[in-house]
Design a protein. Sequence first.
Length: 300
Amino acid sequence: MPTASSGFTVRETHGILLRPEKEILASSDNKAWPSVYASLQREVPFEGSFSSVPDQLIVLHLGGPIMVHRRIQKGEASRLIPPGGLFMMPGGMDFGVRTSGTLPTLHLYLRRGLIEEVAETILPGEPAHLELLPRFGDSDPLIERLMLGVRDALYDEAPSATPYVDYLGRAIAARLLRGHSSASPPDTAPTRLGRGQLNKAIEYMEAHLEQSIGLTAIAAATGLSPSHFARQFRTTMGMAPHQYLMRLRIERALCLLDETDTPVVEIAFTCGFANQEHLTRLFKRSRGVTPAAYRRARRS
């Protein structure tokens, strides 16, 4: 059994992506994402039968429409799936598929453990009794947007990409549970972080800004599970933990630009950015100018 630290790899998937005709454009194999596996590829027509794996599969069609035939224990069906259509296969389910066209797709796997963890946060009862439902060609604009965020993260080498994907994975799991499962969640008001827990989270982020900080580590500082923490942090602060972390990094960069002569490239690494270009892009998005232009303006 792979450990969380080893990352989720293609060897743990159904094997669709290992077929020789798949043209893989990007994947998360080398990113050590613990709970999410993603792959972007160009697919050609194929047919195959696949044994179950424990984890949830979601395929997002990024082109088309194409005709797809699906076979599961409950029966067979064919459907013309348009761009944005989803093919969802719960963990523990064998299936067969036949496609008739060429198109780009995004495959996303969510670990069962992640889904159970989120279920404990938002649903009553025992997660072990929860049944996720297969979907065939359905659309879900929220899941589509979240998956596109994961797709973009495949090309992002910044340290902040890992906690961002962790957050996206939990958001997708929550949507699956609320919209594509046998459960009916309660209508409860979200819980806020206590002042002490919030301070611990922020102190942890500030103390480790130069490192790649994961959601699990921040949550551990508060004594909460990652799912509980992410939900309560967003309710309390009005933004996701990874967004607040990026704001802290920008603020520290501002201080160093104001108060030191440290080169911008060193500031980037000191503040936890992947490189100078990453700092420049996010700094300009936040402040409207590049770090170098900001420093010149402050000293003119």
